[in-house]
Design a protein around this ligand. Structure first.
Ligand code: GLU
Length: 468
Protein backbone atom coordinates (compact mmCIF):
# COMPACT_ATOMS: atom_id res chain seq x y z
CA UNK A 1 0.00 0.00 0.00
CA UNK A 2 1.33 3.46 -0.79
CA UNK A 3 0.57 6.55 1.26
CA UNK A 4 2.11 7.77 4.51
CA UNK A 5 3.26 5.25 7.07
CA UNK A 6 2.62 5.95 10.73
CA UNK A 7 3.68 3.79 13.59
CA UNK A 8 3.02 3.22 17.24
CA UNK A 9 6.01 1.79 19.07
CA UNK A 10 5.21 0.96 22.70
CA UNK A 11 7.60 -0.74 25.10
CA UNK A 12 5.90 -3.60 26.96
CA UNK A 13 7.01 -2.58 30.43
CA UNK A 14 3.69 -2.28 32.23
CA UNK A 15 -0.01 -1.72 31.87
CA UNK A 16 -1.05 0.22 28.80
CA UNK A 17 -0.86 3.91 29.67
CA UNK A 18 -3.75 6.19 28.68
CA UNK A 19 -1.19 8.59 27.17
CA UNK A 20 0.02 5.78 24.92
CA UNK A 21 -3.56 5.07 23.98
CA UNK A 22 -4.08 8.69 22.93
CA UNK A 23 -0.88 8.63 20.82
CA UNK A 24 -2.02 5.38 19.22
CA UNK A 25 -5.46 6.83 18.43
CA UNK A 26 -4.01 9.96 16.86
CA UNK A 27 -1.75 7.83 14.66
CA UNK A 28 -4.71 5.60 13.84
CA UNK A 29 -6.87 8.56 12.81
CA UNK A 30 -4.09 10.00 10.65
CA UNK A 31 -3.37 6.70 8.94
CA UNK A 32 -7.06 6.51 8.05
CA UNK A 33 -7.66 10.06 6.95
CA UNK A 34 -4.47 10.17 4.87
CA UNK A 35 -4.98 6.81 3.22
CA UNK A 36 -1.92 5.45 4.97
CA UNK A 37 -0.77 2.60 7.14
CA UNK A 38 -0.52 2.17 10.91
CA UNK A 39 2.39 -0.01 11.95
CA UNK A 40 2.42 -1.52 15.43
CA UNK A 41 5.93 -2.23 16.62
CA UNK A 42 6.52 -3.66 20.06
CA UNK A 43 9.85 -2.32 21.33
CA UNK A 44 10.76 -5.30 23.43
CA UNK A 45 14.53 -4.99 23.63
CA UNK A 46 14.79 -4.06 27.30
CA UNK A 47 15.01 -7.59 28.61
CA UNK A 48 14.98 -6.60 32.24
CA UNK A 49 11.74 -4.65 32.06
CA UNK A 50 9.74 -6.45 29.37
CA UNK A 51 7.24 -9.18 30.03
CA UNK A 52 5.25 -11.14 27.43
CA UNK A 53 1.99 -10.54 29.29
CA UNK A 54 2.47 -6.79 28.88
CA UNK A 55 2.79 -7.30 25.12
CA UNK A 56 -0.48 -9.18 25.01
CA UNK A 57 -1.97 -6.50 27.27
CA UNK A 58 -1.05 -3.81 24.73
CA UNK A 59 -2.52 -5.77 21.84
CA UNK A 60 -5.74 -6.46 23.77
CA UNK A 61 -6.06 -2.87 24.97
CA UNK A 62 -5.53 -1.54 21.44
CA UNK A 63 -8.18 -3.93 20.14
CA UNK A 64 -10.54 -2.64 22.84
CA UNK A 65 -10.21 0.92 21.47
CA UNK A 66 -10.71 -0.32 17.92
CA UNK A 67 -7.11 -0.62 16.73
CA UNK A 68 -6.32 -4.03 15.37
CA UNK A 69 -5.44 -6.47 12.67
CA UNK A 70 -8.97 -6.72 11.30
CA UNK A 71 -8.52 -3.30 9.68
CA UNK A 72 -6.73 -3.09 6.31
CA UNK A 73 -4.68 -0.11 7.43
CA UNK A 74 -3.13 -2.05 10.32
CA UNK A 75 0.28 -3.66 9.89
CA UNK A 76 2.10 -5.76 12.48
CA UNK A 77 2.70 -6.36 15.24
CA UNK A 78 6.43 -6.37 14.62
CA UNK A 79 8.83 -7.10 17.43
CA UNK A 80 11.98 -5.01 17.75
CA UNK A 81 13.87 -7.93 19.29
CA UNK A 82 13.64 -9.77 15.95
CA UNK A 83 15.73 -7.12 14.20
CA UNK A 84 18.87 -7.05 16.36
CA UNK A 85 21.02 -8.03 13.39
CA UNK A 86 19.79 -5.09 11.35
CA UNK A 87 20.48 -2.74 14.26
CA UNK A 88 24.06 -3.99 14.58
CA UNK A 89 24.57 -3.89 10.80
CA UNK A 90 23.49 -0.26 10.73
CA UNK A 91 25.90 0.52 13.56
CA UNK A 92 28.72 -1.05 11.57
CA UNK A 93 27.73 0.92 8.51
CA UNK A 94 27.97 4.12 10.54
CA UNK A 95 31.37 3.04 11.84
CA UNK A 96 32.65 2.15 8.34
CA UNK A 97 31.41 5.49 7.01
CA UNK A 98 33.20 7.38 9.75
CA UNK A 99 30.03 8.55 11.47
CA UNK A 100 30.84 6.55 14.59
CA UNK A 101 33.86 5.52 16.61
CA UNK A 102 34.75 3.16 19.39
CA UNK A 103 35.46 4.42 22.87
CA UNK A 104 36.92 2.45 25.77
CA UNK A 105 36.06 4.81 28.59
CA UNK A 106 33.79 3.41 31.28
CA UNK A 107 30.98 5.55 32.71
CA UNK A 108 33.06 5.87 35.90
CA UNK A 109 36.04 7.17 33.94
CA UNK A 110 33.83 9.66 32.11
CA UNK A 111 32.46 10.87 35.41
CA UNK A 112 35.90 11.16 37.01
CA UNK A 113 37.30 13.13 34.08
CA UNK A 114 34.32 15.47 34.07
CA UNK A 115 34.80 16.12 37.75
CA UNK A 116 38.37 17.20 37.12
CA UNK A 117 37.48 19.28 34.07
CA UNK A 118 34.27 20.69 35.53
CA UNK A 119 32.17 19.36 32.68
CA UNK A 120 29.11 17.26 32.07
CA UNK A 121 28.44 14.55 29.53
CA UNK A 122 30.88 12.85 27.20
CA UNK A 123 33.42 15.24 25.69
CA UNK A 124 34.42 13.26 22.61
CA UNK A 125 37.68 12.16 24.21
CA UNK A 126 38.11 9.02 22.05
CA UNK A 127 37.04 10.66 18.80
CA UNK A 128 40.47 10.69 17.25
CA UNK A 129 42.00 7.61 18.87
CA UNK A 130 41.01 5.37 15.95
CA UNK A 131 40.11 2.53 18.29
CA UNK A 132 38.69 -0.59 16.64
CA UNK A 133 35.94 -2.75 18.11
CA UNK A 134 36.93 -4.69 21.19
CA UNK A 135 35.79 -5.87 24.59
CA UNK A 136 34.56 -3.14 26.87
CA UNK A 137 34.26 -0.63 24.02
CA UNK A 138 31.09 1.25 23.15
CA UNK A 139 30.34 2.63 19.71
CA UNK A 140 29.57 6.34 19.76
CA UNK A 141 27.97 8.54 17.14
CA UNK A 142 30.16 11.40 15.97
CA UNK A 143 27.83 14.39 16.38
CA UNK A 144 28.68 16.89 13.63
CA UNK A 145 29.29 20.58 14.32
CA UNK A 146 26.50 23.07 13.67
CA UNK A 147 22.86 22.71 14.52
CA UNK A 148 19.99 20.34 13.84
CA UNK A 149 16.54 21.57 12.93
CA UNK A 150 13.65 19.28 13.69
CA UNK A 151 10.54 20.17 11.70
CA UNK A 152 7.78 19.21 14.05
CA UNK A 153 4.12 19.42 13.03
CA UNK A 154 3.08 20.25 16.58
CA UNK A 155 6.04 22.25 17.87
CA UNK A 156 7.09 24.00 14.70
CA UNK A 157 10.80 24.28 13.86
CA UNK A 158 12.89 23.25 16.83
CA UNK A 159 16.57 24.09 16.49
CA UNK A 160 19.13 22.14 18.55
CA UNK A 161 22.71 23.30 19.01
CA UNK A 162 24.83 20.24 18.24
CA UNK A 163 27.51 21.48 20.62
CA UNK A 164 25.11 20.60 23.43
CA UNK A 165 24.60 17.04 22.18
CA UNK A 166 27.25 14.58 23.32
CA UNK A 167 28.59 11.80 21.12
CA UNK A 168 25.89 9.37 22.19
CA UNK A 169 26.26 5.61 22.39
CA UNK A 170 24.92 3.43 19.57
CA UNK A 171 26.21 0.05 20.75
CA UNK A 172 26.81 -0.86 24.36
CA UNK A 173 30.09 -2.44 25.43
CA UNK A 174 28.40 -5.86 25.20
CA UNK A 175 27.54 -5.11 21.57
CA UNK A 176 23.82 -4.57 22.18
CA UNK A 177 22.18 -1.69 20.29
CA UNK A 178 20.83 1.27 22.23
CA UNK A 179 17.19 2.32 22.01
CA UNK A 180 17.93 5.40 19.87
CA UNK A 181 19.58 3.33 17.18
CA UNK A 182 17.16 0.39 17.19
CA UNK A 183 14.22 2.77 17.02
CA UNK A 184 15.61 4.59 13.97
CA UNK A 185 16.75 1.46 12.13
CA UNK A 186 13.32 -0.09 12.53
CA UNK A 187 11.65 3.12 11.39
CA UNK A 188 13.95 3.21 8.34
CA UNK A 189 13.40 -0.44 7.45
CA UNK A 190 9.65 -0.19 8.02
CA UNK A 191 9.63 2.86 5.72
CA UNK A 192 8.02 5.04 8.36
CA UNK A 193 7.21 8.50 7.04
CA UNK A 194 5.64 10.06 10.16
CA UNK A 195 6.81 9.72 13.75
CA UNK A 196 4.02 10.90 16.03
CA UNK A 197 4.91 10.23 19.65
CA UNK A 198 5.05 11.62 23.16
CA UNK A 199 6.77 14.93 23.80
CA UNK A 200 9.26 13.30 26.17
CA UNK A 201 11.00 11.96 23.05
CA UNK A 202 11.62 15.40 21.55
CA UNK A 203 15.22 15.52 22.90
CA UNK A 204 15.85 12.24 21.05
CA UNK A 205 14.66 13.65 17.74
CA UNK A 206 17.84 15.60 16.77
CA UNK A 207 20.02 12.59 17.55
CA UNK A 208 17.72 10.30 15.64
CA UNK A 209 17.53 12.69 12.73
CA UNK A 210 21.36 12.64 12.56
CA UNK A 211 21.22 8.84 12.36
CA UNK A 212 18.60 9.01 9.60
CA UNK A 213 20.80 11.44 7.68
CA UNK A 214 23.96 9.40 8.22
CA UNK A 215 22.22 6.24 7.04
CA UNK A 216 21.31 8.11 3.86
CA UNK A 217 17.58 8.35 4.37
CA UNK A 218 15.17 11.23 4.39
CA UNK A 219 14.12 11.76 8.04
CA UNK A 220 10.43 11.35 8.84
CA UNK A 221 7.93 14.07 9.54
CA UNK A 222 8.08 14.53 13.31
CA UNK A 223 5.27 15.35 15.69
CA UNK A 224 5.78 15.38 19.44
CA UNK A 225 2.45 15.50 21.19
CA UNK A 226 1.84 17.16 24.57
CA UNK A 227 1.94 15.16 27.78
CA UNK A 228 -1.07 14.36 29.92
CA UNK A 229 -1.15 15.88 33.38
CA UNK A 230 -3.22 15.33 36.51
CA UNK A 231 -5.22 17.77 38.62
CA UNK A 232 -2.03 19.13 40.17
CA UNK A 233 -0.69 19.71 36.62
CA UNK A 234 1.90 17.00 37.21
CA UNK A 235 2.70 14.55 34.45
CA UNK A 236 0.52 11.45 34.85
CA UNK A 237 2.50 8.76 36.59
CA UNK A 238 1.96 5.10 37.28
CA UNK A 239 2.58 5.58 40.97
CA UNK A 240 0.30 8.56 41.52
CA UNK A 241 -2.46 8.30 38.97
CA UNK A 242 -4.83 5.77 37.48
CA UNK A 243 -3.12 5.47 34.11
CA UNK A 244 -3.86 1.91 32.97
CA UNK A 245 -6.35 1.76 30.11
CA UNK A 246 -7.21 -1.78 31.22
CA UNK A 247 -8.42 -0.45 34.54
CA UNK A 248 -10.95 1.86 32.91
CA UNK A 249 -12.16 -1.02 30.75
CA UNK A 250 -12.60 -3.20 33.84
CA UNK A 251 -14.42 -0.45 35.73
CA UNK A 252 -17.10 -0.15 33.07
CA UNK A 253 -15.97 2.64 30.77
CA UNK A 254 -17.26 2.26 27.24
CA UNK A 255 -14.57 2.05 24.59
CA UNK A 256 -16.42 4.70 22.55
CA UNK A 257 -16.35 7.08 25.50
CA UNK A 258 -12.70 6.38 26.22
CA UNK A 259 -11.76 6.89 22.57
CA UNK A 260 -13.78 10.10 22.36
CA UNK A 261 -12.29 11.47 25.57
CA UNK A 262 -8.70 10.53 24.72
CA UNK A 263 -9.02 12.14 21.28
CA UNK A 264 -9.99 15.45 22.92
CA UNK A 265 -6.88 15.62 25.11
CA UNK A 266 -5.11 18.34 23.18
CA UNK A 267 -7.49 18.46 20.22
CA UNK A 268 -11.10 19.57 19.76
CA UNK A 269 -13.55 17.81 17.47
CA UNK A 270 -14.81 20.03 14.67
CA UNK A 271 -18.56 19.73 15.34
CA UNK A 272 -20.68 21.61 17.88
CA UNK A 273 -19.96 19.20 20.66
CA UNK A 274 -16.92 17.45 22.06
CA UNK A 275 -19.03 14.30 22.16
CA UNK A 276 -18.32 12.96 18.71
CA UNK A 277 -18.41 9.64 16.90
CA UNK A 278 -15.17 8.00 15.83
CA UNK A 279 -16.05 8.38 12.16
CA UNK A 280 -16.00 12.18 12.46
CA UNK A 281 -12.92 12.40 14.66
CA UNK A 282 -11.04 10.04 12.38
CA UNK A 283 -11.95 12.16 9.39
CA UNK A 284 -11.17 15.56 10.98
CA UNK A 285 -8.09 14.96 13.11
CA UNK A 286 -5.04 17.04 12.06
CA UNK A 287 -1.75 17.40 13.89
CA UNK A 288 -1.70 21.07 12.89
CA UNK A 289 -4.70 21.61 15.20
CA UNK A 290 -3.10 19.98 18.23
CA UNK A 291 -2.60 22.17 21.26
CA UNK A 292 0.98 22.70 22.50
CA UNK A 293 0.27 22.81 26.20
CA UNK A 294 -0.06 19.76 28.46
CA UNK A 295 -3.54 18.23 28.44
CA UNK A 296 -5.41 17.74 31.70
CA UNK A 297 -6.62 14.17 32.10
CA UNK A 298 -9.79 15.04 33.99
CA UNK A 299 -11.47 12.05 35.60
CA UNK A 300 -14.72 13.96 36.13
CA UNK A 301 -14.90 14.89 32.49
CA UNK A 302 -14.14 11.33 31.49
CA UNK A 303 -16.99 10.15 33.72
CA UNK A 304 -19.32 12.68 32.08
CA UNK A 305 -18.27 11.47 28.62
CA UNK A 306 -18.95 7.93 29.72
CA UNK A 307 -22.41 8.81 30.99
CA UNK A 308 -23.18 10.59 27.71
CA UNK A 309 -22.02 7.64 25.64
CA UNK A 310 -23.97 5.20 27.80
CA UNK A 311 -27.12 7.25 27.20
CA UNK A 312 -26.51 7.07 23.45
CA UNK A 313 -26.67 3.26 23.42
CA UNK A 314 -29.77 1.42 22.29
CA UNK A 315 -31.41 -0.65 25.01
CA UNK A 316 -30.04 -3.84 23.53
CA UNK A 317 -26.51 -2.48 23.21
CA UNK A 318 -26.71 -1.18 26.76
CA UNK A 319 -27.74 -4.64 27.94
CA UNK A 320 -24.90 -6.25 25.98
CA UNK A 321 -22.38 -3.78 27.40
CA UNK A 322 -23.57 -4.40 30.97
CA UNK A 323 -23.34 -8.19 30.76
CA UNK A 324 -19.86 -8.58 32.27
CA UNK A 325 -21.16 -6.94 35.44
CA UNK A 326 -24.59 -8.57 35.40
CA UNK A 327 -23.14 -12.05 35.05
CA UNK A 328 -19.59 -11.63 36.33
CA UNK A 329 -18.20 -13.00 39.57
CA UNK A 330 -19.12 -9.81 41.44
CA UNK A 331 -22.75 -9.66 40.28
CA UNK A 332 -24.95 -8.75 43.26
CA UNK A 333 -27.54 -11.45 42.47
CA UNK A 334 -27.47 -15.10 41.42
CA UNK A 335 -27.54 -15.77 37.71
CA UNK A 336 -30.68 -17.86 38.21
CA UNK A 337 -32.44 -14.80 39.62
CA UNK A 338 -31.79 -12.69 36.54
CA UNK A 339 -34.64 -12.04 34.13
CA UNK A 340 -33.78 -10.60 30.76
CA UNK A 341 -37.22 -9.16 30.01
CA UNK A 342 -37.26 -7.39 33.38
CA UNK A 343 -33.83 -5.93 32.78
CA UNK A 344 -34.77 -4.72 29.31
CA UNK A 345 -37.95 -3.14 30.68
CA UNK A 346 -35.94 -1.32 33.38
CA UNK A 347 -33.02 -0.38 31.12
CA UNK A 348 -34.43 2.91 29.78
CA UNK A 349 -34.92 4.09 33.37
CA UNK A 350 -31.47 3.17 34.64
CA UNK A 351 -29.39 4.01 31.58
CA UNK A 352 -29.57 7.77 32.26
CA UNK A 353 -28.32 7.23 35.81
CA UNK A 354 -25.23 5.19 35.02
CA UNK A 355 -21.77 6.75 35.07
CA UNK A 356 -20.14 3.40 34.38
CA UNK A 357 -21.51 0.15 33.04
CA UNK A 358 -20.70 -1.41 36.40
CA UNK A 359 -23.33 0.83 38.02
CA UNK A 360 -26.29 -0.87 36.33
CA UNK A 361 -26.06 -4.15 38.23
CA UNK A 362 -26.14 -2.29 41.53
CA UNK A 363 -29.18 -0.23 40.52
CA UNK A 364 -31.38 -3.17 39.50
CA UNK A 365 -30.03 -5.79 41.91
CA UNK A 366 -33.21 -5.84 44.05
CA UNK A 367 -35.25 -7.06 41.09
CA UNK A 368 -33.21 -10.25 40.88
CA UNK A 369 -32.42 -10.95 44.52
CA UNK A 370 -34.73 -13.44 46.27
CA UNK A 371 -34.94 -10.88 49.10
CA UNK A 372 -33.82 -7.27 48.79
CA UNK A 373 -30.63 -6.57 50.70
CA UNK A 374 -31.77 -4.14 53.37
CA UNK A 375 -29.68 -1.13 54.18
CA UNK A 376 -30.23 -1.05 57.93
CA UNK A 377 -29.65 2.70 58.34
CA UNK A 378 -32.34 3.42 55.72
CA UNK A 379 -34.67 0.92 57.33
CA UNK A 380 -34.32 2.53 60.76
CA UNK A 381 -34.80 6.01 59.39
CA UNK A 382 -37.82 5.30 57.21
CA UNK A 383 -39.53 2.42 58.95
CA UNK A 384 -38.94 3.99 62.37
CA UNK A 385 -41.18 6.94 61.45
CA UNK A 386 -44.80 7.01 62.63
CA UNK A 387 -46.22 7.08 59.10
CA UNK A 388 -44.49 3.87 57.97
CA UNK A 389 -47.13 1.43 59.29
CA UNK A 390 -50.23 3.24 58.00
CA UNK A 391 -48.51 3.92 54.66
CA UNK A 392 -47.57 0.28 54.15
CA UNK A 393 -50.99 -0.96 55.21
CA UNK A 394 -52.73 1.54 52.95
CA UNK A 395 -50.45 0.79 50.00
CA UNK A 396 -50.93 -2.97 50.37
CA UNK A 397 -54.71 -2.52 50.32
CA UNK A 398 -54.61 -0.14 47.35
CA UNK A 399 -52.20 -2.29 45.35
CA UNK A 400 -54.18 -5.45 46.03
CA UNK A 401 -57.25 -3.75 44.60
CA UNK A 402 -55.50 -2.04 41.67
CA UNK A 403 -56.88 -3.12 38.31
CA UNK A 404 -54.08 -2.03 35.96
CA UNK A 405 -50.57 -2.89 37.25
CA UNK A 406 -48.64 -0.09 35.55
CA UNK A 407 -46.41 2.75 36.68
CA UNK A 408 -48.92 5.58 36.35
CA UNK A 409 -51.83 3.92 38.27
CA UNK A 410 -49.32 2.65 40.84
CA UNK A 411 -48.23 6.20 41.40
CA UNK A 412 -51.75 7.61 41.59
CA UNK A 413 -52.83 4.93 44.06
CA UNK A 414 -49.90 5.68 46.34
CA UNK A 415 -50.50 9.42 46.04
CA UNK A 416 -54.04 8.86 47.28
CA UNK A 417 -52.84 6.79 50.25
CA UNK A 418 -50.31 9.49 51.03
CA UNK A 419 -52.96 12.19 50.90
CA UNK A 420 -55.15 10.24 53.31
CA UNK A 421 -52.16 10.21 55.68
CA UNK A 422 -51.29 13.87 55.14
CA UNK A 423 -48.10 13.05 53.18
CA UNK A 424 -46.73 14.30 49.89
CA UNK A 425 -45.64 11.66 47.38
CA UNK A 426 -41.93 11.91 48.25
CA UNK A 427 -42.52 10.96 51.88
CA UNK A 428 -45.38 8.62 51.10
CA UNK A 429 -43.35 6.42 48.81
CA UNK A 430 -40.34 6.01 51.11
CA UNK A 431 -41.67 3.02 53.11
CA UNK A 432 -42.73 1.28 49.90
CA UNK A 433 -39.32 1.85 48.35
CA UNK A 434 -37.45 0.55 51.38
CA UNK A 435 -39.79 -2.47 51.62
CA UNK A 436 -39.30 -3.40 47.98
CA UNK A 437 -35.71 -2.34 47.24
CA UNK A 438 -34.11 -2.29 50.71
CA UNK A 439 -32.86 1.28 50.23
CA UNK A 440 -33.99 4.89 50.03
CA UNK A 441 -32.40 5.63 46.67
CA UNK A 442 -32.77 3.84 43.39
CA UNK A 443 -34.42 3.90 39.99
CA UNK A 444 -37.87 5.44 39.42
CA UNK A 445 -40.02 3.53 41.90
CA UNK A 446 -43.28 2.98 40.04
CA UNK A 447 -41.55 1.75 36.91
CA UNK A 448 -39.62 -0.66 39.12
CA UNK A 449 -42.82 -1.89 40.77
CA UNK A 450 -44.43 -2.39 37.39
CA UNK A 451 -41.48 -4.52 36.30
CA UNK A 452 -41.27 -6.44 39.56
CA UNK A 453 -44.95 -7.42 39.30
CA UNK A 454 -47.85 -7.41 41.68
CA UNK A 455 -47.19 -10.69 43.51
CA UNK A 456 -43.57 -10.01 44.40
CA UNK A 457 -44.24 -6.36 45.24
CA UNK A 458 -47.03 -7.29 47.64
CA UNK A 459 -45.01 -10.15 49.13
CA UNK A 460 -42.14 -7.80 49.94
CA UNK A 461 -44.46 -5.14 51.35
CA UNK A 462 -46.15 -7.68 53.61
CA UNK A 463 -42.79 -9.03 54.77
CA UNK A 464 -41.72 -5.50 55.64
CA UNK A 465 -45.00 -4.86 57.45
CA UNK A 466 -44.46 -7.99 59.49
CA UNK A 467 -40.97 -6.81 60.44
CA UNK A 468 -42.12 -3.39 61.63
N1 GLU B 1 9.29 2.68 22.71
C1 GLU B 1 9.19 4.06 22.97
C2 GLU B 1 8.28 4.31 24.15
O1 GLU B 1 7.46 3.48 24.46
C3 GLU B 1 8.59 4.82 21.83
C4 GLU B 1 9.56 5.53 21.05
C5 GLU B 1 8.99 6.20 19.83
O2 GLU B 1 7.76 6.29 19.69
O3 GLU B 1 9.77 6.58 19.02
O4 GLU B 1 8.39 5.35 24.76
Amino acid sequence: MSGPRFRFAPSPTGFFHVGGARTALWNWALAHNQGGTFVLRIEDTDEERNRPEWTQGIIDALAWIGIGADDPCFEGPYFQSHYAEAHVAAAHQLYEQGNAYYCDMTPAEVEARNKIEGNQGYQGWSRNLSLGPGPGRVLRFKVPAGSTTVHDLVRGEVVFDNALIEDFVLLRSNGNPMFLLANVVDDVNMRISHVVRAEEHLPNAPKQQMIWDALGHQPPVWAHVPVLVNEARKKLSKRRDKVALEQYRDEGYLPDAMVNYLMTLGWTPKGDSEIAPWSEMERDFRLEDVNHSPAFFDLKKLAAFNGDHIRMLSTIDFYEACKPWLFGPNAPFPRSGFDEAMFLAMAPHIQPRCVTLADAAGVVDFLFQPEPVVDEASWTKVMGAAEAAPMLAGAIAAYTALTAWAAEPLKQALEAVGEANGLKLGKAQAPVRVAVTGRTVGPPLFEALEVLGRDETLRRMRAAEARL
